[in-house]
Ligand binder design. Sequence first.
Ligand code: ADP
Ligand code: ADP
Length: 225
Amino acid sequence: MSLIELDAVAKSWGSTTALQSMNLRIEPGSFCVLLGPSGCGKSTTLRIIAGLESPTSGSVRIDGQDVTQLPPARRGIAMVFQNYALFPHLSVAQNIGFGLAVRKVPKAEAAQRVAQAAELLGLAPLLERRPAQLSGGQQQRVALGRALVAQARVCLMDEPLSNLDAQLRQEMRTELRELQQRLGLTVVYVTHDQAEAMSMADQVVLLHQGRVEQCAPPRDVYAAP
Ligand code: ADP
Ligand code: ADP
């Protein structure tokens, strides 16, 4: 059994079809990249895996369980977006620990998990700063930290590096990939950037008009857009 299994998933809104008959298998601990042009269905796929949207038909299972049947807190999914979604009035520590505070994780344990994530991400000296006092790369790390402390089974990322300048984006690709391997995270990563997909993925899922056109390791991907 794969960790994430989509079977014949379709999604439409009225006459707009975002996904048609999508099958997908994602293995635990792998880095899967959904690649394709704007409008091909990447974000919809992520939102369906997260259980934020229900498929019109088909099934989505994580670890064998139907995502739509699980309450949000038990899905074990963290999401990282391109705009970071940090709270400007909260410190770095509070931003990383926000979900833990909401879920009433005991303070001592929350503080320990926040400190651990901060250490891992090189944010330890910055815990008391506000997001506005951080660089783009540091803000990106805070968003990652929030996903890490949630100890999610799956981390979904929607173009998380697209707001960074070219050099920082390059550095963060390597950093993110190292972190993912070190922690054994399962990542589903959305991008329209072919070079990014090729340099990061274990498995590239090439989408075209709501269908999986190819699904292969980077070296075996042919005729990418
Ligand atoms: P991508 O992430 O690859 O750019 P999306 O998954 O966002 O593509 O969108 C796929 C298609 O579904 C597009 O045609 C888009 O306009 C449409 N779509 C996405 N979300 C909605 C929505 N909430 N209502 C109607 N159409 C939508
Ligand atoms: P509360 O508002 O409940 O008193 P805070 O807003 O101070 O809690 O903190 C929110 C989250 O951030 C908590 O999980 C807390 O453990 C964590 N946190 C706050 N400051 C630090 C810090 N300096 N180092 C590590 N974790 C911190």
